[in-house]
Write a protein that binds this ligand. Structure first.
Ligand code: GLY
Ligand code: MN
Ligand code: MN
Length: 490
C-alpha cells in the first residue's frame, strides 16, 4: 500500500509544479530587453528636421518682430532650437531679411581634434546642407563679423536671456559709434511657441507614441519584487531603442512614493498591493517632449480603496477634458477637476467643510495643465500668474487666457494620500486656522484618511486643442481601471 502512495504523491507534486509553471508562463509573456517584440519598436533616425518648416517659421518670426536683424545663440537652448532646428550646444543664428543671404549660421567647425575629443559636429557644410543656412561661418568669426552686421541697422533683436550677446552687440555698436535699439525677442518667440504647427504636432505624437509603448511595456511586465529603477531602465531603454531621448527625469513611484509629486530616486522595491505611479516622457527626434502619467497596481489588480481614488481622479479627468475647447479658458478644466475631486472627498468624509479653503487645499496640490513642446513645461503665457499657486488653484474666477486651436497641454489631475501628511497640517495651515480647528479636522478625518495612506493617483494625458474641441493624443494608453487590468493580464 505504502509503496503506491509515495510515487502517487511524487507524481502529483511534479504535476502541480508543471501546471503552476505553465499557468505562470501563460499569465505573462516574458520579454528580454535585447529582443523586444516588434510592437515596442519603430525605425530609427537621429534628428528630425524639415528645412521648409523652419524657413517658414523664421519668416513668421521676422514678420512678428518687424525686424531687420535677428541674432540668437544656442545659449537660449530651446528658443534657439525653435528658430533653427540646430541640435549642437554651441552656435549662433543671424537673420537679415531682404538680403541675398538672409540666414547665416555660426557653428563649431569640423576639425579633427574637436571631433576626436567631443564627438561628431555638423560643421560649416552641415549647417548649409542639413540645416538650410544660406551661408555658414566658424563660431570664432562671429565677434569680428558682428560690427559689420549691425552697421546701418536701427533695431537689433536679440534674446533677453542671453546677456553675453547683449554685451557683444553693445560693444559692436560702440565700436561703430552707432545708435540702435536692442530689443528682446523672447516674448514674441514664446507666444509663437504656444501654437504648434503640423510638424510640431507630428513631433509630439512621435514622442507620445513611444512613451505609450513604454507604459504598455511596464503594464505587460511589472511585478512585485522589482525595483522602481528596473522599471525606469526598461522605460528609458524603450525610448533609446526607438531612437528617441529621455524628455525629463522619469518618475517611478510605488506605494508611499506614489504620493511624492516629483519622486525621481526610484530606489524602492515594489510590494504586492502597491500602486505604481509612472510619470514619464520621451523626447522626439526633433526635441519635442511627451508627458504622460499612468497609475497602475503592481500586482495587476487594484484594491477597493485604490479603485475609489482612481475612479474619482478619472472622473475629474473626464469632466475636465470636456472643458478643453476653444469656447473655454485655460483654467476652466482645472476648476472642474478640483470641484469633482472636492465633492468626492466630501462624500467620503475627508473634507467635512467644503467652504473651508484650507481643507480643500490640503488635498488639491497642483493645477492640472501646462503646455508641452520643446520643454516639458513649455514656454508661453497662461494669462494668469503661474508662480502664485495659491491664488488661482481654487479660485474659479481666475480663468487665464482663452484656449485656442494649436495649443497642446497636459491634463493631469491627481490625489495623494501621503503617509504622515495629517501630522503636517499645523505646519501647512497654522497661519490660516486655529489650533482647535486643525485638531478637530485631524480627529474627524484621520480614521478615514489612514485607510488611503500610501495611495497616490495621477492620470496625465496630452491634449491638442482643435477648432471644435480637442484630441487626446495619449488616449490609446490604457486609462480606465478595466483597460489597465486587462493590459496587465496579457
Ligand atoms: N512630469 C512633471 C509634470 O507632470 O508636470
Ligand atoms: Mn508628468
Ligand atoms: Mn505634466
Amino acid at each position: 500500500m505504502k509503496l503506491h502512495i509515495i510515487p502517487a504523491i511524487l507524481v502529483s507534486v511534479a504535476l502541480a509544479i508543471v501546471v503552476f509553471f505553465i499557468l505562470e508562463t501563460m499569465r505573462k509573456p516574458t520579454y528580454s530587453l535585447g529582443e523586444l517584440p516588434e510592437r515596442f519598436i519603430h525605425e530609427h533616425q537621429v534628428t528630425d528636421f524639415d528645412g521648409e518648416v523652419f524657413r517658414q517659421r523664421r519668416d513668421q518670426i521676422v514678420e512678428e518682430l518687424g525686424a531687420d536683424l535677428v541674432i540668437i545663440s544656442a545659449t537660449t537652448r530651446h528658443d534657439f532650437r525653435y528658430v533653427t532646428g540646430f541640435t549642437e550646444s554651441r552656435g549662433i543664428a543671424v537673420i537679415e531679411p531682404g538680403t541675398s543671404k538672409p540666414y547665416s549660421l555660426f557653428v563649431t567647425p569640423w576639425e579633427i581634434y574637436t571631433v576626436m575629443w567631443t564627438g561628431e559636429v555638423y560643421g560649416i557644410n552641415g549647417a548649409i546642407e542639413k540645416f538650410g543656412a544660406d551661408q555658414a561661418f566658424e563660431l570664432d568669426k562671429f565677434d569680428e563679423k558682428l560690427a559689420e552686421m549691425v552697421r546701418g541697422k536701427n533695431s537689433i533683436h536679440i534674446h533677453g536671456g542671453d546677456s553675453r550677446m547683449r554685451n557683444a552687440v553693445e560693444a559692436a555698436l560702440r565700436h561703430n559709434r552707432q545708435q540702435a535699439e536692442v530689443i528682446d525677442m523672447a516674448p514674441v518667440l514664446h507666444e509663437l511657441r504656444v501654437f504648434k504647427d503640423q510638424w510640431e504636432i507630428e513631433q509630439l505624437k512621435q514622442a507620445i507614441d513611444v512613451t505609450l509603448k513604454a507604459h504598455d511595456f511596464v503594464m505587460a511586465t511589472v511585478k512585485p519584487g522589482q525595483t522602481e529603477y528596473e522599471v525606469q531602465a526598461a522605460i528609458e531603454y524603450i525610448y533609446r531603442r526607438n531612437g528617441l531621448g529621455v524628455g525629463f527625469s522619469s518618475i517611478v513611484g510605488s506605494g508611499p512614493n506614489s504620493c511624492l509629486l516629483h519622486h525621481t530616486r526610484n530606489d524602492r522595491t515594489m510590494q504586492d498591493g502597491d500602486v505604481l505611479l509612472i510619470d514619464i516622457g520621451a523626447a522626439s527626434r526633433g526635441g519635442y517632449v511627451a508627458d504622460v502619467t499612468r497609475t497602475i497596481p503592481v500586482n495587476g489588480k487594484f484594491t477597493p480603496k485604490q479603485r475609489e481614488i482612481y475612479e474619482l481622479v478619472l472622473k475629474a479627468s473626464d469632466k475636465a477634458m470636456e472643458q478643453m475647447t476653444p469656447d473655454n479658458y485655460i483654467l476652466d478644466c482645472n476648476h472642474v477637476a478640483s470641484k469633482v475631486m472636492v465633492d468626492g472627498l466630501h462624500r467620503m468624509g475627508l473634507i467635512p467643510d467644503t467652504t473651508s479653503w484650507w481643507q480643500k487645499r490640503f488635498y488639491i496640490q497642483h493645477r492640472v495643465n501646462h503646455y508641452i513642446g520643446l520643454q516639458v513645461h513649455d514656454a508661453g503665457d497662461y494669462g494668469f500668474e503661474t508662480q502664485k499657486r495659491d491664488e488661482h488653484i481654487l479660485t474659479p474666477a481666475i480663468r487665464g487666457r482663452k484656449l485656442e486651436p494649436g495649443m497642446v497641454m497636459t491634463l493631469e489631475p491627481g490625489l495623494y494620500f501621503m503617509v504622515g501628511m495629517l501630522d503636517g497640517i499645523h505646519e501647512m495651515f497654522g497661519h490660516l486656522a486655529s489650533e482647535d480647528e486643525l485638531n478637530a479636522f485631524v480627529e474627524q478625518v484621520r480614521p478615514i484618511y489612514e485607510k488611503y495612506e500610501g495611495i497616490g493617483v495621477r492620470i496625465e494625458d496630452d491634449i491638442l486643442i482643435t477648432e471644435n474641441g480637442y484630441v487626446n493624443l495619449s488616449a490609446h494608453a490604457p486609462r480606465t481601471i478595466d483597460e489597465i487590468e486587462a493590459a496587465m493580464r496579457r
